[in-house]
Design a protein around this ligand. Structure first.
Ligand SMILES: Nc1ncnc2c1ncn2[C@@H]1O[C@H](COP(=O)(O)OP(=O)(O)O)[C@@H](O)[C@H]1O
Ligand SMILES: [Mg+2]
Length: 478
C-alpha cells in the first residue's frame, strides 16, 4: 500500500476507541458494505432503514481492513480487527475532523438550492490538473455524507471540495463547522424544499449557515444576480468573511459575465474574473451552467490557483449523470437526441433545462420535446408552480410536452392542445405514448423529481437505438 489513509493508531487517536485484533491500516473509508472496496475501514452507521452492524461480517468478507462498531459480537471479532466506540456516527465525525485538521489543503464548501453537485464536480475537474484534489462523491452532502467525505480526504490533498446540503434550518451549521472552509460558495437561492420552510428568505438564511464554520481570513462567493444577494452578503460579513467575491451578469459582479453565446452543445463565455479577462468554451450547454462556471472561476481565483488553466479545462467539462447528459440515439431510420435530466427537478432547474432545450436545433422534421414529471416537496403552492412553467415552455419553442404525475397534469391542462403530447399518472404508463411519438431529428429532454421515476423513460429512449427502428419507421413524417 502507498501511504495509508488511516492507520490503526491514527484512528484510535481520532475516535478515542478501543482497538481489538491485529494491527491494520486502511486505504479508504466506507459506510456501505455493498460498495466497499478492499482495504477500506468500515464504519457501522445506524441509518433510517438499516443498522450497519448487520453488515460488519460481509464488509470483512469483501476485504475491509477493520471496522468501527459500537455493538461488537464474537462473530465480528472473529471476522477482523475492530475499533470499539460508544457512537459510530460520532466516530465518523471525529475521523472527518481529524482529516480536516491534518490537511493543509485549500478547502471549499459548496451549497445552494441547485447546482451544488455540478459546481462541485466542475471544481474537482478543473483543479485536478493543478494539484491533488479531493471531492465529495455523488451528492454526499448530509450529516453522514459530509463527515464521510472529509474522512476520505488524503493528508496530502491540495484542494478539498465538499458539497453541503440541507432540508431544514440548522442542518448546515454543524457541517460547516466540521468542514471549516476557506472558501464558502452559495450557487443560488431558490424556492426549493418550500414544504419545510415558510419563505425563500428562510431558505437564504439556512444556506448562509455555510459561513458559520468559515476559516479566519476566509472567502464567501455569492450570486450577484440572486434577489437574496444583500441578505447573504450581510450574513457573510457578520461571520467575518475577509473577502466577498460576487459572480453573475450584474454590472457590479466581481466575476462578471461579459458575453455568452449559448449553443446547442456548448457555450462560449467571455468574463472578467476579479479584473482578469478570460474567454473560454464551456462544454456543458445552458445559461445556468455558464453562471455556475463563473462561480467556479471565482473559487479558483480565491484559492490562488491558475485561472487561465482552469478556464481552458472548461472545454472538457462533462455534465454529471442525469443533469443534462446528451445522447444521440442512432435508430436505423434516423437519429434523435436525448437530454437526460432525470436526476431531479425543482422549478429553478426545470426552467433552466427548458431554456437549454430551447437552444437545441432539431434536425429535419424533428421537434423539441419536454418530458416532465412532478416536482415534489414544493408545499402549498405546488400546483401554481407547475402551471407557471407554461410560459417557459412557450418561450423555449417546445413543440410537444409529455407529462406525468398529478401536479404536472395541471400544467398539461394549461397548455395549448397542439403542444399536448400525452399525459399519464405514472412514468411507466407514459412510456409507450412517448415511444410512439418519437421521430428522427427530435430533441427529447426528460426531467422530474427523483420520486417521479423519470429515469426509466430515459432508459427506454436510449434502448430505441437497439431495436429494429420499428417505432421510428411508424412515426416517420407522421
Ligand atoms: N444555477 C442553476 N440554476 C438553475 N438550475 C441549475 C443551476 N445549476 C444547476 N442546475 C440544475 O439543477 C439540477 C440539479 O443540479 P445539481 O448540480 O445536482 O444540484 P444539487 O446538487 O444542488 O441538487 C440539474 O438539473 C442542473 O442542471
Ligand atoms: Mg447534489
Amino acid at each position: 500500500m502507498t501511504t495509508p489513509l488511516w492507520t490503526q493508531e491514527e484512528t484510535i487517536a481520532a475516535t478515542g476507541g478501543k482497538a481489538e485484533g491485529a494491527r491494520w491500516a486502511a486505504s479508504g473509508v466506507s459506510i456501505d458494505s455493498r460498495t466497499l472496496q478492499p482495504g477500506d475501514l468500515f464504519v457501522a452507521i445506524s441509518g433510517e432503514n438499516s443498522d450497519g452492524h448487520v453488515f460488519v461480517e460481509s464488509a470483512f468478507a469483501k476485504g475491509a481492513a477493520a471496522a468501527i462498531v459500537s455493538k461488537p459480537t464474537d462473530k465480528m471479532r472473529a471476522a477482523g480487527p475492530l475499533v470499539i466506540v460508544a457512537d459510530t456516527l460520532a466516530a465518523l465525525n471525529a475521523l472527518g475532523r481529524a482529516a480536516r485538521r491534518r490537511a493543509r489543503a485549500g478547502i471549499v464548501a459548496v451549497t445552494g438550492s441547485v447546482g451544488k453537485t455540478g459546481t462541485k464536480e466542475a471544481l474537482h475537474f478543473v483543479l485536478s490538473e493543478q494539484g491533488a484534489t479531493h471531492a465529495s462523491a455523488a451528492s454526499y452532502n448530509n450529516l453522514w455524507g459530509v463527515p464521510l467525505s472529509l474522512a476520505r480526504m488524503p493528508a496530502d490533498t491540495r484542494f478539498g471540495i465538499f458539497e453541503v446540503g440541507m432540508n431544514h434550518p440548522g442542518e448546515i451549521t454543524p457541517l460547516s463547522k466540521l468542514v471549516e472552509p476557506f472558501v464558502a460558495l452559495i450557487t443560488t437561492v431558490e424556492a426549493v424544499h418550500l414544504a419545510f420552510f415558510n419563505s425563500v428568505e428562510e431558505i437564504a438564511d439556512a444556506k448562509a449557515e455555510i459561513f458559520d464554520g468559515l476559516q479566519e481570513g476566509g472567502v464567501a462567493i455569492l450570486n450577484r444576480d440572486n434577489p437574496h444577494y444583500a441578505r447573504l452578503r450581510a450574513r457573510a460579513e457578520a461571520r467575518g468573511a475577509a473577502r466577498i467575491i460576487s459572480f453573475g451578469a450584474h454590472a457590479d459582479a466581481d466575476a462578471r459575465l461579459d458575453k455568452v453565446a449559448l449553443n446547442e452543445s456548448c457555450s462560449c463565455v467571455s468574463a472578467t474574473i476579479c479584473g482578469q479577462k478570460v474567454t473560454y468554451k464551456l462544454a456543458v450547454p445552458g445559461r445556468h451552467i455558464a453562471m455556475n462556471s463563473l462561480a467556479v472561476l471565482a473559487c479558483v481565483q480565491a484559492l490562488d490557483a491558475d485561472l487561465a488553466l482552469a478556464a481552458l479545462a472548461m472545454a472538457q467539462l462533462k455534465a454529471p449523470k442525469g443533469r443534462g447528459e446528451r445522447h444521440v440515439v442512432s435508430a436505423p431510420l434516423g437519429d434523435f437526441t436525448v437530454i437526460d435530466e432525470s436526476y431531479n427537478a425543482n422549478p429553478a432547474s426545470m426552467r433552466a433545462a427548458l431554456a437549454a432545450l430551447g437552444q437545441s436545433s432539431p434536425a429535419g422534421s424533428g421537434r423539441r420535446i419536454a418530458v416532465m414529471g412532478d416536482m415534489l416537496e414544493l408545499g402549498d403552492d405546488s400546483i401554481a408552480m407547475h402551471r407557471e412553467l407554461a410560459g417557459d415552455i412557450a418561450a423555449a419553442g417546445i413543440g410537444l410536452v409529455f407529462a406525468c404525475g398529478p401536479h404536472m397534469r395541471e400544467l398539461f391542462k394549461a397548455l395549448p392542445t397542439t403542444v399536448q403530447g400525452g399525459y399519464a399518472e405514472t412514468s411507466d404508463v407514459l412510456a409507450p405514448l412517448l415511444r410512439d411519438a418519437i421521430r428522427p431529428g427530435d430533441v427529447v429532454m426528460v426531467k422530474g423529481s427523483l420520486g417521479s421515476r423519470m429515469g426509466p423513460l430515459v432508459e427506454m429512449l436510449l434502448g430505441m437505438g437497439d431495436d429494429d427502428g420499428a417505432s421510428l419507421r411508424r412515426n416517420r413524417g407522421a
